[in-house]
Design a protein. Structure first.
Lengths: 283, 270
């Protein structure tokens, strides 16, 4: 970026606007999380009696301990982790393969496949629930984590493919051609040269699919009824009973549900940092 | 070291013919320059020799052996790309030694080869760096190093200097020629710059619209430009720019008469 000499006053103004806007955004994005945590640590008896306060006069972890010990939430977490992890892994694998082929090869029917994949993204999911339920039942895939993985993978692969394709498009073809001349097979060039450069793309795709599956409610609610296969978004609904909502425990469970996602992003965030391809070609 | 024969080779993408019946015999150790306007099929021909594009019809052989169906890795050919195509996640040293590593050469042999190449190209202090920490000229040298370290049958260059500024380009031109004299490996060099063609080539291959129009030494091409090629490849514009070439025994000095600044020594080669 070009550097222009600026007066000190101008720089202070720039700085304030820059960080001011960031602060507004952060406040907007993080306040609900804060509120989630605040309600989770508020004792139930104070929840309605204290009115609206930024912090309760008394703090408690009982909501958390109750969620962990008295409810099925640990099981729901494990289910969610299995479903989201598998979906993320399988979808990204398929998307990487498909995206690479879209990016590098020309073949008959490619345009048709791309259009079909776009078409699948156009329907509201609600429309598809009944047919999907009808398809999965005879296969024994309702009420099972595998069924959820299949459905989530099917719905996430098209977008993930386009995402991966755009990352492959960003890597010059010359690189794998150079690697092939240097002595690699095409597959070897893909694994040794292209794959390390696509790690940010793979991380982004994994993250995208993981969060989509982690927070999916509609299919999880409709396709699963036995408690063994309930994922946590559906589990949250168990706190809503006919006569009351146990907000404290619900918020505590919600807060706990953030942790795996946070860990997941913490693990992949260093690959999300772009700029690895700089210097590959001139420019 | 190799001779290359291209026989009646054509290339089409779908129904569009890009190369029409190319015939060319390249001698062992020759420095061939393919010259012609952009889009005339120079890169395509080079990539067919490298094995990156399929040959639609006809044949390409190295040392009399037809290699049409051989994958790039089995052709023992090195290529320098216009974009350099350095591996961004590897250091200069790893970039240069990659081909040898893939061929599982012994460690000591790789190390001494890398050392040799980096001192020839002046890359000694840069071996640990990543490509993105190099200047354009340095990247170009790494790309060259990656090619020569392998001691291949033939070198292919696709406009390797077009991303450099004029001064560096001139310097690299003479270095590439020097390297060629030293290694004496068969080289095919693609450019659209007629000065580059005139000053570097043992033989020039002038191309236009997917046809070879003329093959000859720089002096032959200069003296008797084929009518069509003179128009199309712009070699005649050398005359328009008032080039004068003198032959001194086997050496030749090309002098350019600038419009205003009189005679200036443009280039010298043996
Ligand atoms: N993959 C491709 N599909 C279709 N046409 C191509 C492809 N690659 C090159 N061409 C065409 O082939 C012709 C020659 O290209 P190229 O060999 O790159 O020219 P040059 O290197 O001489 O500038 C151009 O007209 C170009 O449009
Ligand atoms: Mg070209």
């Amino acid at each position: 970026m070009a550097y222009y000499a600026k007066s000190k006053g101008q720089r202070v103004v720039d700085w304030s606007v820059h960080y001011g806007l960031l602060a507004c955004y952060l406040f907007f994005a993080l306040f609900p999380l804060f509120w989630l945590f605040k309600v989770a640590v508020t004792p139930t008896k104070l929840l309605y009696s204290e009115g609206i306060r930024m912090w309760p006069s008394e703090m408690t972890w009982t909501n958390f301990t109750q969620v962990m010990t008295d409810t099925d939430f640990p099981q729901f977490f494990i289910n969610s982790a299995i479903v989201s992890g598998s979906t993320a892994f399988i979808s990204t694998l398929i998307a990487a393969a498909a995206g690479y082929s879209f990016s590098r090869f020309h073949y008959r029917g490619k345009a048709v496949i791309i259009v079909l994949m776009l078409v699948t993204q156009m329907f509201p999911l609600v429309m598809l629930i009944a047919p999907i339920f009808r398809i999965l039942t005879p296969l024994g895939l309702t009420d099972s984590l595998l069924g959820l993985v299949v459905v989530y993978t099917a719905f996430n692969v098209p977008f993930a493919t386009f995402l991966m394709q755009s990352f492959f498009d960003g890597i010059p073809k010359d690189l794998e051609e150079a690697a092939m001349i240097d002595g690699n097979t095409r597959f070897g060039a893909l694994v040794k040269i292209i794959f390390p450069l696509t790690l940010p793309g793979i991380a982004a795709t994994l993250g995208f699919v993981f969060t989509a599956a982690w927070s999916e409610l509609l299919f999880a609610l409709m396709l699963v009824s036995s408690p063994d296969a309930v994922t946590f978004p559906v589990g949250l609904l168990t706190f809503v009973s006919k006569f009351s909502v146990d907000f404290g425990q619900m918020m505590a469970a919600g807060f706990l549900a953030l942790i795996p996602a946070a860990i997941f992003f913490f693990l992949i965030q260093r690959y999300l940092v772009q700029g690895l391809t700089a210097g590959a070609v001139k420019g | 070291m190799a001779s290359i024969q291209i026989t009646e080779s054509t290339k089409s993408y779908g129904n569009t013919a890009v190369l029409h019946g190319i015939d060319l015999n390249i001698q062992n150790g020759e420095f061939i320059v393919l010259v012609g306007p952009s889009g005339c099929g120079k890169s395509t021909l080079l990539r067919m020799i490298a094995g990156l594009e399929e040959v639609t019809s006809g044949s390409i052989s190295i040392n009399e052996r037809i290699i049409n169906d051989l994958p790039p890795r089995d052709r023992d050919i090195a290529m320098v790309f216009q974009s350099y195509a350095l591996y961004p996640h590897m250091s200069v040293e790893e970039n240069i030694s990659y081909a040898m590593t893939l061929r599982k050469s012994p460690k000591e042999k790789i190390a001494s080869a890398v050392n040799g190449v980096s001192s020839i190209l002046g890359l000694n202090g840069l071996l640990e760096r990543r490509p993105k920490a190099l200047s354009g000229g340095q990247r170009q040298r790494v790309a060259m190093g990656r090619a020569i370290v392998r001691d291949p049958q033939a070198f292919l260059f696709d406009e390797p200097l077009s991303n450099l500024d004029a001064r560096l380009r001139e310097q690299m031109r003479s270095e590439i020629r020097k390297l060629h004299r030293k290694l004496n490996a068969t080289s095919i060099y693609v450019t659209h710059d007629q000065i580059e063609a005139m000053t570097m080539a043992d033989r020039i291959v002038a191309m236009h619209d997917g046809y070879i129009q003329q093959v000859g030494t720089p002096l032959e091409i200069y003296d008797k430009p084929a009518l069509k090629s003179s128009h199309s490849t712009g070699l005649i514009s050398l005359k328009a720019r008032r080039f004068t070439c003198l032959t001194l025994k086997k050496s030749c000095i090309c002098l350019m008469l600038g419009q205003k600044c009189g005679w200036s020594l443009l280039y010298k080669f043996p």
